[in-house]
Design a protein around this ligand. Structure first.
Ligand SMILES: Cc1ncc(COP(=O)(O)O)c(C=O)c1O
Length: 425
């Protein structure tokens, strides 16, 4: 895996615009041949980016759905009522799963868009209903950077609260950060860096007491935690059944096992959802109405979400959650058995940080990279996000990790990054 995006784009002269077209076979062959440097997620070598259920039937279903809805455009839901029906059904099924059968919601393109829209709704409400000219967004420092990005794009002031020693947002610290300009308080279920769940009931009660909206970012946990709980694992309250939680984001393209391009944003009621809609009647093309950010929208991710949920059902989700749980038990025990390594905090599901006070984890990660493992480096350690497929590679991974800890050179000094970090060109 070429970890350095700059290395991928530099060195090759940029092609000019092609004069003549080329054959399908030739292009497909070139694409296939060009993928040698891509991460080997099918082999369980990546720990984020791809959530791999390793389920051949599900993959066949996804291919069929993608082909069926290759060209449809969900810009106008009424032109494609089959997609509208599927979206409504996914929202209803998810509302049932996530603690508030009457919840209103929409599908979006991903966690970032769900978060943007939650922030935008809170901003509108703060301005219109509460007369707040310059609304604020309060999150823990562990909240996903999509909140910082939303605050930046939407011109909302972002108030960051440091987390406690357990990696969670302490209610007292959150209370101190609330002001009469706060529009939205956020809790994560769980947060990406440490996999811990913020104290949602306390945060939601705090928000409700101040007439502030409270968003639960369950982009990671939304489709796994309900089944984690059914497996008998301890899960603190986190969903829309908690009084005071006013919206929730849950990504179907993560532990919902669908392919990329679909998340869900649920609101406590229809009135709140209405604030998500943008209407514009000053255009000769007619009244423009839209509930999400994009204009043209692919139909396939919506159909895939519907198809995935109906194919797996609760039984399938429970089976996959069981595999993630078993992988989590193996990885945690194996990592904690390696001298000098520990897991940060007490993560609830299969998302965690490997930390150490004695080993140079950047150097350890270099060795793991040489062995083909694509672990994400973060400020305090190495990030793991487990999928069912990782069960099959647990022993190999743990052997390689122990060897890397025992024998590594100095670190190549690659910084902790997430996403593009400006180097992909
Ligand atoms: C907790 C959390 N929220 C939001 C997001 C953003 O989701 P997306 O990458 O689909 O925009 C992520 C992505 O990993 C996440 O872990």
């Amino acid at each position: 895996m070429a970890a350095d995006g700059a290395g991928v784009s530099s060195g090759t002269p940029a092609p000019g615009f092609p004069t003549a077209g080329r054959s399908v076979d030739g292009i497909v062959a070139e694409i296939e041949n060009g993928r040698g440097g891509d991460a080997n997620w099918r082999g369980g070598r990546t720990f984020s980016l791809v959530y791999n259920p390793g389920d051949e039937d599900l993959e066949a279903l996804h291919r069929a759905v993608a082909v069926e809805y290759l060209h449809e455009n969900y810009l106008n839901p009424f032109a494609f009522p089959s997609l509208l029906k599927m979206e409504k059904e996914v929202v209803a099924m998810a509302a049932d799963l996530l603690g508030l059968p009457d919840a209103a919601g929409k599908l979006t393109s991903g966690g970032t868009e769900s978060i943007f829209l939650a922030v935008q709704v809170a901003r509108e409400r703060a301005r219109d209903a509460n007369g707040i000219a310059e609304p604020q967004l309060v999150t823990a420092t562990t909240a996903h950077p999509a909140f910082a990005k939303a605050a930046h794009y939407l011109d909302v002031e972002h108030v960051l609260v440091p987390v406690g020693a357990d990696g969670r947002l302490a209610p007292d610290a959150a209370a101190n950060a609330l002001t009469d300009r706060t529009a939205l308080l956020v809790g994560s279920a769980p947060c990406y860096p440490y996999g811990v769940i913020d104290p949602i009931p306390e945060l939601a009660a705090l928000a409700a007491g101040r007439d502030v909206l409270c968003h639960v970012d369950a982009c990671l946990g939304g489709w796994l935690l309900p089944f984690w709980e059914r497996l008998g694992e301890p899960v603190p309250p986190w969903d829309l059944s908690v009084p005071g939680v006013t919206s929730l984001s849950a990504d179907i393209h993560k532990y919902g096992w669908s392919f990329k391009g679909v998340s869900l944003l649920l609101h406590r009621d229809q009135e709140q959802l209405r604030r998500q809609h943008f209407l514009y009647d000053g255009w000769p093309g007619g009244l423009y109405g839209s509930a999400t950010t994009a204009g043209t929208r692919p139909g396939a991710p919506i159909a895939a979400a519907w198809a995935t949920i109906n194919h797996l059902g609760a039984e399938g989700y429970l089976r996959l959650a069981g595999q993630v749980r078993d992988a989590t038990v193996r990885f945690r025990a194996g990592i904690e058995a390696i001298d000098g390594l520990h897991i940060t905090g007490d993560p609830v599901m299969g998302v965690m940080e490997v930390a150490s006070e004695v080993h140079d984890l950047a150097a350890v990660n270099d060795v793991m990279g040489d062995r083909g493992w694509h672990l994400d480096r973060q400020q305090g350690g190495l990030h793991l996000m487990l999928s069912p497929y990782h069960l099959e590679v647990a022993d190999e991974f743990l052997r390689d990790l122990a060897a890397a800890v025992a024998d590594h050179g100095p670190s190549a000094g690659v910084a902790a990054t997430y996403g593009d970090a400006g180097v992909a060109g």
